[in-house]
Design a protein around this ligand. Sequence first.
Ligand code: EPU
Length: 429
Amino acid sequence: MENFEINGVNGLFGEVNISGAKNAAVAILPAAILADDVVRIENIPNIADVSFVIKILSRMGAQIKLINKNTIEIDSRPLAYQSVPYELTSRFRASYYLIGAMLGRFKKAQVSMPGGCYFGDRPIDQHIKGFEMLGAKVEVQNGMVCTSADKLIGASIYMDVVSVGATINVMLAAVLARGLTIIENAAKEPHIVDLANFLNSMGADVRGAGTDVIKIRGVESLHSCTYSIIPDQIEAGTYMVAAAACGGDVVIKNVIPKHLESISAKLIEAGATVIEYDDAVRVTRWKPLNKCNVKTMPHPGFPTDMQPQMVVLLSISAGTSIMTEAVWENRYQYVNQLLRMGANIQVDGRVAVIEGVDCLTGATVWATDLRAGAAMVIAGLVAKGKTVVENIKLIDRGYENIVDKLQALGADIRRVSAADEDAHIINVG
Ligand code: EPU
């Protein structure tokens, strides 16, 4: 068991390179099994969630060749149909993309209901509705999603909620279906566009990704390609918020600035300066932070995956800020940890009222989920004194080399072995 030990700093300075997008990688890797050929994928983030997917594909018989730490080749010709048990899916949410990918390839799939970060109910009714409309039978039995179809036939599918996962899963199942599939009220996140570009590089016919309506004309088969994953919007946003919260001058490189506009806008409103370059953004902040109100929304709105990090920044911004979480019903579980550091935050349902304090003070805190863990790291960087962040395996699920990247910016952070595991038991309660 390991922890992060962090001492507060007086600013972050320098450059940080952003890795490939986690939420694109966990969709693109399963999508590779739709091709009858070798697929080379570059700019894959070296993080735990990606290792889980690679492990599952390999267990299913795909041949995985590691070209370097961020590039792999997947030959899924030898991959055989099999059910995917809970011990493989329990650790991460995106394991449900195996349902769409296997349904597309084998016309059947049996995958255990996924695990992943908990922030309230995480239903998959829209995924199931999409598969059914393509002609598949779907049953949930003994914790497994079991689906099969004689053939998949394109259909017009209206999503009742804007869902990243359901949009991706239907895309995966539909690329090899017969005829035209239309997804209406589709999610528009950058990783939806990235998946569409990847599928098209393999010979699929997907149009409209990035808008509310995605049209997929089924093709007979998919072929080999080389594809490079987009930079991670949320990793970039996390370093932007860290720079603005700590103060200083940080250039965040290898990003698509357009994907960061909602985050830049709120940081500017709170008192930071953000300058956009072709593939970098520079965040500087010299003057005190001030309040601002934020509401999370599906893309292009402010991302829910940036909500905890932004709440940390607002907790040291002068005045009263309101955060409204409009995507997940219960994504404030981490707030208790911030209260232990001296933050003044009141949560009522989906709304958090944040009274800015002069400073946070170091404490031992627990990463309640991946993004909340990143928020605890930022809180540790801005706090006076020493902070210990526990349960960092959740942070490792989504942030490549976070310690090295922050140290290069002048942060005082290190990974240490937890001396006393009993401390965790007390903390979990
Ligand atoms: N929803 C339904 N029915 C469904 C699916 C979703 O009601 O069938 C609801 C959810 O309950 C939620 C909303 O729709 O209220 C949005 O959920 P969505 O399906 O978009 O989320 P997801 O696909 O499960 C992905 C990311 C999350 C991110 C959300 C929202 C991946 C692997 N995960 O989850 O990322 O918070 O989209 O942007 O792409 C993270 O990276 O830390 C993370 C949690």
